[in-house]
Design a protein around this ligand. Structure first.
Ligand code: GLU
Length: 482
């Protein structure tokens, strides 16, 4: 009987590993999104690791910003988040094991000594690097012996020869000669483990299969790979994402506009718009610009990520946000808009249902905040006499409005449908010989105090014939045509 061989497919486990030293920026959010999508695509797990070992720079507010940002975007980790500060014993344990069998060693060189070493190397035209003087065999040859209580750091014994190579998921093959790398400090004089070392132990212990991160970490990769090899750990697939630049080609920073994810929430962007935008920023699937996260997860691959830096385009993000606002239900937007509205509760009861106003206006705004600015006009009716109204209200126009108000009030089916209002307007125009704008413009001013509004039939249908009647009474009385 033939036995069937099934190739074992390694489980996909990705991680997002932010250092909580500030807000969650769009660059970090994009990395998180790609890690999340890759895990979704391959039925794997997406893990969050808080790299908080830098006690000076890590803050609880920054940790909160990471959680808030990921939650707002809907990028939920599949396992309980890991904090590096809670893993110190584990790092120490690995360091001790490495010290015990010579994969790491104590280095007693003082800072002054290291500075002098580098200075001498530079003067000799060499690349400055630690010369390995405290490697046990070198120390022995040179007769170096530590003094009692002399402080030391612990260094990883990097291989001297050969090349570290990997097929980067985004950048392709990358090779670095070991001769370029010196013996990395893995524990400081106070015993605390260093950044690159913690990352390695975590990636190993968490069985990370794919390290997807910004290309500012490329230089760390060969060092991390060497330590992983020394620990006998599997080497993950690395993929380094190019940076995000501002519209001027410089690295994206605050001066280009918002960089913090939660600022986009405050500014009135929808998470689905920012996600769609970030997905396309450095990755493409043909000409597709608008797609759901389900589609993105199906399509996402590291090979289709761009090798060169992406440029942040605020106009395109606005365009996408407008698209997702138009797509959203008035009710859904209502909940997001309500806290942004500059309206008194009693004003809210004077006008139509908020969802209806939103449905009328949502395609006219790029953000929730822009939309929130358009809405109060539909609730606040005691505005001063609009400028330009008197010039528009010639006797035939005023009479036509009288007629329109009368006819609309007489319609039995209330609330009105825009088609009914349009038909009534048409009859009034036909009977008076006036043109649409001659009537529509003053009607807009009377109802909303402004002329930039959606089509007048829709506005009247929404506000109702009674509101039109009352507004007209208010403004007609003071009109010169009386
Ligand atoms: N903590 C690093 C950062 O915030 C990321 C480390 C990694 O992804 O390996 O830049």
């Amino acid at each position: 009987m033939q036995t069937q061989q099934t190739a074992s497919i390694p489980a996909v486990r990705t991680r997002f590993a932010p250092s909580p030293t500030g807000d969650l920026h769009v660059g970090g959010a994009r990395t998180a999104l790609y890690c999340w999508a890759y895990a979704r695509r391959h039925g794997g797990q997406f893990i969050l690791r808080i790299e908080d070992t830098d006690l000076q720079r890590s803050t609880p507010q920054a940790v909160k910003a990471i959680f808030d940002g990921l939650a707002w975007l809907g990028l939920a980790p599949d396992e309980t988040p890991v904090y590096q500060t809670q893993r110190m014993d584990r790092y120490r344990e690995v360091i001790q094991a490495m010290l015990a069998d010579g994969r790491a060693y104590r280095c007693y060189s003082s800072q002054e000594e290291l500075d002098a070493m580098r200075e001498a190397q530079r003067a000799a035209g060499l690349k400055p690097r630690y010369d390995g003087r405290w490697r046990p065999e070198n120390a022995k040859t040179k007769g170096l012996l530590p003094q009692a209580e002399q402080p030391f750091v612990i260094r990883f014994r990097n291989p001297d020869h050969g090349v570290v190579s990997w097929d980067d998921g985004v950048k392709g093959r990358i090779s670095i000669a070991n001769a370029e790398l010196d013996d990395l400090v893995i524990a400081r004089a106070d015993g605390s483990p260093t950044y690159n070392f913690c990352v390695v132990v975590d990636d190993m212990d968490m069985a990370i299969s794919h390290v997807i991160r910004g290309d500012d970490h490329i230089n760390n990769t060969p060092r991390q790979m060497n330590i992983l090899k020394a620990l006998g750990a599997a080497i993950p697939q690395y993929a380094h994402l190019p940076m995000i630049h501002g519209p001027d080609g410089e690295k994206l920073s605050k001066r280009h506009g918002a960089v913090s994810v939660m600022q986009y929430e405050l500014d009135g962007y929808l998470p689905q718009a920012l996600l769609n935008y970030l997905a396309r920023l450095g990755w493409s699937h043909g000409d597709d610009e608008i797609f759901s996260m389900e589609q993105f997860c199906q399509w996402f691959s590291l090979e289709s990520c761009s090798k060169s830096a992406a440029q942040f385009d605020f106009d395109k993000l606005k365009w996408l946000n407008n698209h997702y606002m138009r797509d959203a239900l008035g009710e859904e937007l209502g909940q997001l808009i309500a806290p942004r509205l500059n309206l008194l509760p009693e004003q809210r009861t004077q006008g139509p249902a908020l969802e209806q106003v939103i449905d009328l206006l949502k395609d006219r705004a790029s953000t929730l905040n822009e939309l929130a600015l358009l809405i109060p006009a539909y609730y606040a009716f005691d505005f001063p006499r609009p400028e330009g109204l008197d010039e528009m209200l010639t006797p035939p126009v005023a009479q036509a409005i009288d007629k329109l108000v009368q006819e609309l009030e007489g319609l039995s089916s209330q609330p009105l449908e825009p088609t009914q209002v349009a038909a009534t307007l048409k009859t009034v125009l036909a009977s008076t010989g006036l043109k649409m704008p001659q009537l529509a413009m003053p009607l807009r001013l009377i109802l909303l105090g402004r002329t930039d509004t959606p089509s007048i039939d829709k506005v009247i249908a929404l506000l109702g014939s009674r509101r039109l009647h009352d507004q007209w009474q208010g403004f007609r009385g003071a009109s010169a045509v009386e």
